[in-house]
Ligand binder design. Structure first.
Ligand code: MN
Length: 301
């Protein structure tokens, strides 16, 4: 099943005929704030199966191109993100920041970090670059896991029970040595979408292919079998520390090929079995601060 958030806070199921509105089945109206509708739909998903099936069978669908898709999960409890998690990308970071710090960038030795939930944007939103002179802002192409139910201390062998689905995610980052959370938390630095594909439709989780282009040129390409920390172990590691909640997002780390983007670029991310998200890059006027000039560092770090 494909699930979308559309036209602000409406929830939908994507069928061959278009988008079927199921907002009411999550027990909220579309004007409710904060926008936690998809979190509730995910939490109640199993119990709602009869009503959702009935809605698909009986309700009129709107053409997909007649609605505005938003980030599928707009108000998660948290966005967990893994750093360099493919061998080839670690080699790249090694060359960028020099030897002696390689282990620092390994997801299996370093664990995970968080991005601000407010950095989430949708498949129809531009990525807005803050005006930071002399800094590179990079794209990171990532598969996102959407968590389906609450859990702590989850064994890797049971991890599949906690995976609700998958979506495309871009982990945008200002390169530098400031706190990583700050460098990755600008508004629009976490585009997600265009929809959640439920886990039952994804096949083998270790054979998911993804790619990213900038202005049509291939920059990143990978398959999940090349992950250092695989999907079950990411869930085990994250849940060792925090209680995972329905709707939580895990960005699974980037493969090789990260690079700078600039105003006017078009980024396209494709994940096989999920879909494609095409995003324009624009320049913003807000976002500079003296903290970015406090230390002079290589732009590539
Ligand atoms: Mn990343």
């Amino acid at each position: 099943m494909k699930l979308v958030t559309f036209n602000k806070e409406h929830l939908g199921i994507v069928t061959d005929a278009g988008v079927v509105d199921v907002t009411d089945l999550a027990g909220l109206d579309a004007n409710f704030w904060p926008p936690v509708g998809m979190v509730r739909l995910i939490a109640d998903f199993e119990a709602l199966q009869p009503q959702l099936a009935d809605a698909v069978a009986s309700r009129e669908a709107r053409p997909l191109d007649s609605v505005r898709l938003e980030a599928p999960v707009r108000w998660p409890n948290k966005v967990i993100a893994f750093p360099a998690n493919y061998h080839a990308h670690i080699d790249e970071m090694k060359h960028g920041v020099g030897s002696g710090v390689i282990s620092k960038y390994k997801a299996n030795g370093q664990g995970f970090f968080l991005k601000a939930n407010s950095s989430i944007s949708g498949p129809n939103d531009a990525i807005v670059l803050p005006p930071l002179e002399g800094r590179e802002i990079h794209h990171e192409c990532e598969l996102a896991i959407i968590i389906g139910k609450r859990g702590r201390g989850i064994d890797a062998a049971c991890s599949q029970d906690y995976i609700f689905g998958f979506t495309c995610l871009l982990d945008m980052v200002v390169r530098g040595t400031e706190e990583r959370v700050m460098r990755k938390s600008y508004d629009t630095f976490c585009p997600m979408g265009p929809w959640i594909v439920t886990a039952d439709e994804m096949g083998d989780f270790s054979a998911i292919k993804m790619s990213l282009t900038v202005n049509g040129e291939l920059r990143q390409s990978a398959v999940t079998r090349d992950l250092i920390v695989d999907i079950p172990e990411m869930i085990a590691m994250a849940s060792a520390v925090t209680t995972l909640e329905p709707g939580d997002i895990i960005a699974t780390g980037t493969p090789a090929g990260v690079g700078p983007v600039k105003d006017g670029d078009i980024i396209e991310i494709t994940i096989d079995g999920v879909g494609t998200m095409t995003l324009p890059v624009t320049s913003g006027t807000v976002g500079n601060h003296s903290v970015w000039n406090a230390t002079k560092v290589p732009a590539s770090a």
